[in-house]
Design a protein around this ligand. Structure first.
Ligand code: AMP
Length: 200
């Protein structure tokens, strides 16, 4: 199984790269941001609560997002090549909960891909997206808050996976194809490792 986490600051391109990874490696895709936006569109109770955090640039509470994620992972069943988690975990508490969830399902995270993009570029990309996305969080004030929350709450997740030797930094600057090429190199080497371990 290839179980990937893709993370990076808001605007790093994780959604775009996830789509390419899903196609090439035939994985299931779980974007916690998309799941929350669906709940908001349906005006569910959960969506209304989530929107109050999202529109201010804050993270939704850990317990809420962990239970949504667990439910959705379970729904995939076991007959899959793996999953790509896009936007989860965003706190160390979420990473710890994910470890427990994966091991109780008899599997594990293969690698965390950390897309690194310069701050000016992130802001430009998000402002541009805001012109058409209709998202309540793609405006300068909320973007600034999201970048701050990323630094304080999400960046420490990288250390969690570095300590387990499951971390890969990816240069997220340049064309979509160039960035995907860098990701493919990492994932192809992980696949080789997985095959050689299962042949032991
Ligand atoms: P994204 O589409 O990944 O940029 O997520 C949009 C927003 O949804 C974030 O700014 C958070 O408010 C919320 N969100 C998405 N994933 C998580 C998560 N794993 N933990 C907490 N909040 C999240």
């Amino acid at each position: 199984m290839l179980n990937i986490i893709i993370c990076g600051a808001p605007g790093c391109g994780k959604g775009t790269q996830s789509d390419l990874i899903v196609k090439k490696y035939d994985l299931k895709h779980l974007s916690t941001g998309d799941l929350l936006r669906n709940e908001i569109a349906e005006k569910s109770e959960l969506g209304i609560i989530a929107e109050s955090f999202i529109s201010k640039g804050n993270l939704v509470p850990d317990e809420m997002i962990i239970s949504i994620l667990a439910k959705n992972i379970k729904a995939f069943g076991s007959d899959i090549n793996g999953v790509i988690l896009d936007g989860f975990p965003r706190t160390v508490a979420q990473a710890e909960a994910l470890e427990t969830l994966m091991s109780s399902n008899g599997t594990e995270i293969t690698v965390l891909l950390d897309l690194n993009v310069e701050k000016d570029e992130l802001i430009n990309r998000l402002l541009k997206r805001g012109e058409t996305s209709g998202r309540s969080d793609d405006n300068l004030e909320t973007i600034t808050k999201r970048l701050e929350v990323y630094e304080t709450k999400t960046a420490p997740v990288s250390n969690f996976y570095k300590n387990m030797n499951k971390y890969a930094a990816i240069n997220g600057m340049g064309s979509v194809d160039d960035i995907f090429g860098r990701i493919e190199k990492v994932l192809d080497s992980k696949l080789v490792e997985t095959v050689s371990v299962s042949n032991l």
